[in-house]
Design a protein around this ligand. Sequence first.
Ligand code: ASP
Length: 362
Amino acid sequence: MSATRREFLRQAAVAGGGALVAGAIPLRGMARPAVTMRPIAISSANGLRAVTKAMEMIASGSDALDAVIAGVNIVEDDPNDVTVGYGGLPNEEGVVELDSAVMHGPTHQAGAVASLRNIKNPSKVARVVMDRSDHVLIVGEGALRFARAHGFKEEDLLTEKAREAWLYWKEHLSNTDDWLPPHGPDDTDIGSLLPEPLRNEFGAFFRHTGTIHCSALDQKGNLSCVTTTSGLAFKIPGRVGDSPIIGAGLFCDNAVGSAGSTGRGEANLVNCSCRMVVEHLRTGKSPEEACLEAVKQIVEHNRLKRLQTPDGRPRFEVELYAINTRGEYGGARIYSGGKFSVHDGTTARHEPLAYLYKKEKN
Ligand code: ASP
């Protein structure tokens, strides 16, 4: 990074410090270089509609935070995405618990909720935590009461599809408990009686994960991000992953860049992965390099044998996504075969994630 650029970032950081409203306070001694910014929206692979919506709003002048939240709301509302919002896979008791956080670059403020039940748009509640409380994170019953107080409607978030997946998991969890899948008196191989669609979709991954992250740079050159999820499927009630934790599942610094993650939340929690990505960006690394560097650190810190393959590699996946203030973007994960969504103002498309290890089969 050039000295001039470094100086610009330093000045932008100082000038941005007191801003109350996106773009309201111009940089000291210099105009905000709006025209040189290239608006961009990136998201996890399940976010093509999210980046499309976000870019549509950014193109009509919206603040990046409004845009990314509206983008992920589409996926939160979609019962077919079993990893986010309405229709998300439930905890081990069959109850859907959602986590989400938002972070606003210009004000460097954030809001988050965790283990929130009955409200299908946790990202909207996270936004209200940021805007209408003195807190950053509200969890469980407190988060639900806070949402109710702000007029959010409660509803049953468990769809038939998610309930069947949960039941499948419960019935196949153990041979020694009392839960059994449907079977006849002569059946010995109970597993072979599974309905084909459920077996295909969930059989191989008892602990299904998934989430949506969206980061964007708007026309004013401001960054913001959001991550929202139903978390690890069939988790212990009250388990909170990385998604609502600032620095772990998302982070942005308006003078540097924005990052987000999906995948094994526990790995991001012990590595503060998204904060790490932004710090790598700060040193001048490209978004892809910054994500790869953070992925390497996650792998180096994975010391538990139960989380390692026989050759010492992680038995899990983590995806990281990032953009910088110039609108450059990229992402990385541990194994090959991943992709992310991007909209650069022309089209919404998938692009490949960089990776550390090539997978045998993609
Ligand atoms: N990161 C999410 C969590 O751990 C899950 C995921 O992205 O798959 O809750």
